[in-house]
Write a protein that binds this ligand. Structure first.
Ligand SMILES: NC(=O)c1ccc[n+]([C@@H]2O[C@H](COP(=O)([O-])OP(=O)(O)OC[C@H]3O[C@@H](n4cnc5c(N)ncnc54)[C@H](OP(=O)(O)O)[C@@H]3O)[C@@H](O)[C@H]2O)c1
Length: 325
């Protein structure tokens, strides 16, 4: 038997239950991972509250974790029992002592990277990898706006952008978060609780505005984000922390300067084992070289996942949040 967090219906953090279930056996091509640390992400909230549909109830949650291979299914050649591994993609079920998933979704974890660091960085760091290095292919001196700059994804983005020589303007809701984003390498910050984002970006850029905007807040920031772009700039809408962007009139892209827009996801970029490995290698390099430090702002026991969700949804967290089984 094994313990896991599961939900039987959509709802608030209170629907997360700590239950005992039979230990699942890996099928052909699958691996069972004994989780040592589990990552918490905003996408877990979307699955919990119903914004994203779960395949069936009851279900566990979570797609980010690290641990040791505990059993391998038929036909698995790349991994053996005892290997240190990490993952950042579905199926749902990382919120458990054990997680069965396809071997194609696993990467070998370098000895130098601890399990908790890996669980704190796989989904968020691979996301930053594709956003900065593939979606936008940024180069030194590009100017970007990055929302939620003190959060899990944001803290990694500030450091990686700095390493690339990119000028990152980060938005945050408090002065403490602004200080953290700057300490992580943000070129400048905007506290939208008392500053006008568009005016501040105009001031900071001498009227030129941004090459790219990375917006994970969604509904509340969509128009502001478009107004922060240069003519022919790129709007990367990659999340819904305030709700999804819907009902867009494409004409707005014309009115605001022949803009480009994309709505990417990690699964769309890490869509083959080779691409996943290429992105993970890039991430492991910047972490092992010290260019990106993984900041674990909060740790909770796995059974207290509801407290972690509460903290993340109410903006009380900074950096990454991990659950320890
Ligand atoms: N598409 C992808 O591939 C992908 C992959 C990973 C993550 N994401 C997205 O990236 C975003 C960041 O994920 P994360 O797990 O690292 O979370 P996070 O940034 O640590 O936390 C979310 C932050 O968003 C800000 N926020 C703004 N409006 C909010 C609202 N109405 N409710 C709650 N928070 C709000 C808050 O920062 P302030 O207090 O500073 O405003 C909050 O701390 C999420 O939207 C997530 O869905 C997308």
């Amino acid at each position: 038997m094994a313990k896991r967090i599961q939900i039987e219906k959509n709802g608030g953090p209170e629907v997360l239950q700590w239950v005992e279930v039979a230990k699942a056996e890996p099928g052909p091509g699958e691996v069972r991972v004994h989780n040592k640390a589990v990552g918490v992400n905003f996408i877990d909230i979307y699955f919990r509250d119903g914004l994203y549909p779960v395949p069936a109830f009851p279900t566990s949650l979570g797609t980010e974790g690290a641990g040791q291979v505990d059993a391998v299914g038929e036909g698995v050649t790349g991994f053996k029992v005892g290997d240190r591994v990490a993952y950042a993609q579905g199926p749902l079920g990382a919120y458990g002592e054990y997680h069965v998933l396809p071997a194609s979704k696993l990467v070998a974890l370098p000895e130098a990277i601890g399990f908790d660091t890996a669980a704190a960085m796989m989904l968020k760091g691979l996301t930053v990898q594709y956003l900065l290095r593939q979606t936008a292919q940024l180069k030194a001196r590009d100017v970007i706006l990055f929302h939620a700059a003190a959060g899990g994804v944001g803290s990694i983005a500030c450091q990686w952008a700095k390493a690339l020589g990119v000028k990152l303007i980060g938005t945050v809701s408090t002065d403490e978060k602004a200080a953290l984003a700057r300490a992580n390498g943000a070129w400048a910050t905007v506290n939208y609780s008392h500053e006008n984002v568009v005016e501040r970006v105009r001031e900071l850029t001498g009227g030129k505005m941004c090459d790219v905007v990375f917006d994970s807040v969604g509904k509340d920031t969509w128009e502001t984000s478009l107004d922060c772009l240069k003519p022919r700039g790129l709007m990367v809408s990659f999340g819904n922390a305030s709700g999804p962007v819907t009902g867009v009139n494409l004409g707005i892209l014309n009115q605001k300067g022949s803009l480009f827009v994309t709505r990417p996801s990690l699964n769309g970029y890490a869509d083959t084992p080779e691409r996943l490995q290429m992105m993970a290698t890039d991430l492991f390099e910047v972490v092992q070289s010290g260019q990106v430090r993984i900041n674990i702002g909060q740790r909770f026991a796995l059974k207290d996942a509801a407290k972690a969700h509460q903290a993340l949804a109410s903006r009380q967290t900074t950096g990454s949040t991990v659950l320890i089984p």
